[in-house]
Ligand binder design. Structure first.
Ligand code: ADP
Ligand code: MG
Length: 322
């Protein structure tokens, strides 16, 4: 199977949403964002041995490669439109390609996001996706938009993907059913696109939690020139942490919840006057959210326990070069 046959067989995508004027097959794809919309663009690369294990199922990998990119659109309040795929493959393994393409295009179809181009070469396994989304000009959920007094929220639950990783590493232990659940969260994350869209015009700042809550919230604080006070009890309550993490890995809990990466939840801020709207957005998106703190004028991240006493936090955000 040659390069062009491979592309035709596995990466020809029939989906043509409004806004895609020309898909793959030409020198460029042509995108036509709706009037008044900004094009939101983001790239994420997955490298074998660094972002995933060589043993991972290719269908899950196809899903995750797109999911982490859609998560960035979600964090901007952008609606997915299209993506490109730059793929380096050691060999044209048809079983692998069929699974990868299936996982990738199923998630793409679910989000109305068309594969419109890419590049395919031989080499070490490396997957690089660029996504394009649309967001109304003044409604993008930017990292620099947090305001003093805003509430801080996080969606879903934190720490499960990290727990799965530590089971793979032999440092944590779970029974088979619990492991299957957290493994699913690590290998097939759910991008919070619906929540991002529902938070347009409601939330101020947002980021997705890819490197750990403290680190990713830290980016919002730095960009906005603010600090935050977090209520440890509200994060570590059963609300923002899954029952599996609470019961099976209590010892790891604060660190996995606060610093565990790969959750792809959204951390966002909104004014206290918007609490009802935030609840409505969570309801619309069928995605639970938990209020975990407040944006402060004094810089830095402080944490208080249930009694109001300070709790020491260590940020261990993932850094490829640290
Ligand atoms: P060029 O040499 O003009 O860059 P290529 O030969 O690399 O074009 O690719 C031919 C066409 O196939 C282009 O339209 C390109 O966007 C598309 N393409 C290549 N690889 C992929 C891929 N992995 N997924 C989707 N489309 C692809
Ligand atoms: Mg090319």
């Amino acid at each position: 199977m040659g390069e062009f046959e491979l592309i035709r067989r596995y990466f020809q995508h029939a989906l043509r949403p409004d806004g895609v004027a020309l898909g793959n097959g030409d020198d460029c794809a042509l995108l036509a964002p709706a009037p008044g919309m900004r094009l939101a663009v983001s790239t994420d690369m997955l490298v074998e041995g660094r972002h995933f294990l060589s043993t991972v199922d290719s269908e899950a990998l196809g899903h995750k490669a797109l999911a982490v990119n859609l998560s960035d659109l979600a964090a901007m309040g952008a609606k997915p439109l299209a993506f490109t795929l730059a793929l380096s493959l050691p060999r044209a393994d048809e079983a692998w390609l069929a699974g990868f393409s299936k996982g990738l295009l199923a998630l793409a179809d679910a989000h109305g996001c068309a594969l419109v181009g890419g590049d395919t070469t031989a080499g070490p396994l490396n997957i690089c996706i660029t996504v394009f989304g649309q967001v109304p000009q003044h409604q993008a959920l930017r990292r620099d938009a947090a305001r003093v007094g805003d509430d801080v929220y996080v969606s879903g639950t934190l720490g499960d993907a990290r727990l799965a990783l530590e089971v793979f590493r032999g440092k944590a232990h779970l029974d088979a059913a619990d492991f299957a659940t957290v493994r699913q969260r690590m290998e097939r994350p759910t991008p919070r696109v619906a929540l991002g869209l529902a938070l347009r015009g409601v939330a101020h700042a947002a980021a997705d939690v890819s490197d750990g809550l403290l680190g990713d919230l830290g980016h919002i604080l730095a960009a906005s020139g603010t600090g935050a006070e977090l209520r440890a009890g509200d994060i570590i309550s059963s609300v923002a942490v899954s029952p599996i993490l609470t019961s099976a890995a209590a010892h790891f809990l604060p660190d996995f919840a606060l610093n565990g990466g790969d959750d792809y939840e959204l951390v966002f801020t909104a004014p206290p006057s918007a609490r009802a709207q935030v609840s409505q957005a969570a309801h619309t998106a069928q995605t639970p959210v938990t209020r975990i703190g407040t944006i402060t004028a004094s810089p830095g991240l402080k944490c208080v326990g249930p009694d109001g006493a300070p709790v020491t936090l260590t940020t261990r955000s993932f850094d490829h070069f640290a």
